[in-house]
Design a protein around this ligand. Structure first.
Ligand code: F3S
Ligand code: F3S
Length: 113
């Protein structure tokens, strides 16, 4: 699976969402998240991102290794105050933005872009 790292936070260009042919990219509070089990490695999202936030899970920049687990947390762990976990929704199309973030993303300082 491909993973969205911290460069997405507060940029949220959404070009990746437009290019993913199978709709596996979900919107959180201030970053987006690829479903680690439902992404089918099409790779179209990578070049669509203007800030190069997306990478393959087996080849992460060292500082971004933790984001694979963070994506899983977004889908598989309950986040207080929201009706997560989403688990395996089968695509993002029927799901509204979560308004919350995975734990690591939630701890990032807000940026003015
Ligand atoms: Fe979609 Fe990107 Fe995965 S285009 S299938 S989220 S590699
Ligand atoms: Fe974020 Fe890049 Fe997609 S900024 S929303 S990962 S196009």
């Amino acid at each position: 699976a491909y993973v969205i790292g911290e460069r997405c936070a507060d940029v949220v260009d959404r070009g990746c969402v437009r290019e993913c042919p199978v709709g596996r990219i979900h919107e959180g509070g201030h970053a987006l998240c690829i479903h680690p089990d439902e992404c089918v490695d099409r790779g179209a999202c990578v070049s669509a991102c203007p800030v190069e936030a997306i990478y393959y899970e087996d080849d992460p920049p060292a500082e971004l290794k933790a984001y694979h687990g963070d994506s899983a947390a977004f889908f598989f762990h309950a986040i207080p105050g929201h009706d997560l976990p989403l688990r395996s929704p089968g695509g993002a199309a029927k799901i509204s933005p979560a308004a919350v973030d995975a734990p690591l993303v939630a701890r990032l300082p807000k940026r003015s872009i």
